[in-house]
Design a protein around this ligand. Structure first.
Ligand SMILES: NC(=O)C1=CN([C@@H]2O[C@H](COP(=O)(O)OP(=O)(O)OC[C@H]3O[C@@H](n4cnc5c(N)ncnc54)[C@H](OP(=O)(O)O)[C@@H]3O)[C@@H](O)[C@H]2O)C=CC1
Ligand SMILES: CCCCCCCCCCCCCCCC(=O)[C@@H](N)CO
Length: 333
């Protein structure tokens, strides 16, 4: 009996491999340098976005950062300029609220292209997280999560796609979050927006098959940025405990890896063990035969590891509930 099962599994694997070979993998597009290429980074005045901007400047790019606060933009331009690899590079900013209507986004980005040149790389990094139990969240915050994290990515992307497809070159980066790979207590409204970012990315990706334009989706875990420090102030204890188990990265390491992964034609960019684990289970990119083979060998085993982890998260929530009930009783007495 076991012999029959093993033989059938091997036959299934071999036929799957033959069919995969028949269709062939998508062409891998690698961009080796950014010398004098125009790189636009929304949210480039702080945290992860600023770190990516500094890396792009080191690689010789013309860099435009986008944000709302002009003092922050000016000071970031100074810091990014220090990273330039030659004097002809232009480092500048554009003040724009990325939640504005489409025509404002179009106007801003097209004027940047007139000034500096066609956008070669768009990094959609502007975003933020407001945490809380869903029923207690301000209704306007729920909408803000989608306006900023989703539309703030969708609109600039819609604008750059036409030109990139026409020139048959370019890279778009979407910054999602590990919170778009599994639902987490306290991240509801934010997570839904980052999940939408993932849905958009994977569909647009398929629309780019056959071209040399690439789109990469990044899933950072907690990263020690000004935005993260702000979010920690109101984050429920349960969210801190669960989210913290993914570790804390530095914006510099996330920014550097993100930029290199995008230039190397990766579909997903993940950070640390938690990112590897979650992406293997829930994303399963098809970049190489070796990668697919590893996925086939490991996913069952990884599922066995993650089920107890997820259940331990549920225990954190149950413990929090018991603690709150106890303290409510005390205050009544
Ligand atoms: N830090 C973390 O733990 C993680 C972060 N992420 C994601 O990474 C991205 C960067 O986060 P992080 O570096 O922590 O954030 P920061 O708060 O440090 O920086 C956010 C940047 O976005 C800009 N921004 C915010 N709102 C707008 C707006 N309406 N229009 C234009 N620009 C705006 C800010 O400038 P200004 O305020 O001047 O507009 C700033 O430049 C976000 O999308 C976040 O969701 C994902 C996973 C983990
Ligand atoms: C199922 C397998 C489990 C394996 C271990 C997984 C650990 C989960 C950690 C999730 C971390 C989510 C971080 C989101 C950070 C973020 O987006 C905010 N900080 C935004 O600012």
């Amino acid at each position: 009996m076991i012999f029959v099962i093993v033989i059938s599994l091997i036959l299934v694997l071999i036929s799957a491999l033959l069919v995969t070979l028949h269709f062939g993998l998508d062409k891998k597009v690698v961009y080796k340098n950014l010398q004098f290429k125009h790189v636009v980074i929304t949210g480039g005045s702080s945290g992860i976005g600023k770190a990516v901007a500094e890396e792009a400047a080191k690689l010789g790019a013309h860099v435009t950062i986008i944000g709302r606060d002009i003092a922050k933009l000016e000071s970031a331009v100074k810091d990014i300029s220090v990273c330039k690899s030659n004097d002809e590079q232009k480092i500048q900013y554009a003040a724009l609220d990325i939640t504005s209507d489409y025509s404002s986004i179009e106007k801003c980005l097209s004027s940047l292209e007139v000034d500096i040149g066609p956008i070669f790389m768009l990094i959609n990094c502007a975003g933020m997280c407001i945490c809380g139990q869903f029923e207690s969240m301000k209704v306007e915050d729920i909408k803000q999560m989608i306006d900023l994290n989703y539309f703030g990515t969708a609109y600039p992307t819609r604008y750059v796609l036409k030109g990139m497809k026409k020139r048959n070159e370019g890279i778009i980066v979407f910054v999602s979050s590990e919170a778009a790979l599994l639902g987490i207590y306290g991240y509801s409204a934010y997570s839904a927006a980052k999940w939408a970012v993932r849905g958009l990315a994977e569909s647009v990706l398929m629309e780019l098959v056959g071209t040399d334009v690439r789109l990469m989706l990044a899933f950072p875990p907690d990263t020690d940025t000004p935005g993260f420090k702000q979010e920690e102030l109101t984050k429920p204890k349960e969210t801190k405990l669960i989210s913290g188990s993914g570790g804390l990265q530095s914006p510099e390491s996330v920014g550097k890896k993100m930029l290199l992964d995008a230039m190397n034609g990766k579909t997903y960019s993940v950070f640390g063990m938690s990112g590897q684990l979650l992406a293997t289970l829930y994303c399963s990119s098809i970049d190489s035969f070796g990668q697919v083979f590893m996925q086939i060998l490991t996913t069952g085993f990884l599922r066995a590891i993650t089920v107890p982890i997820i259940l331990s998260f549920h225990k954190i929530v149950r413990d929090g509930l018991i603690e709150r009930m106890k303290s409510e009783k005390k205050t009544v007495q």
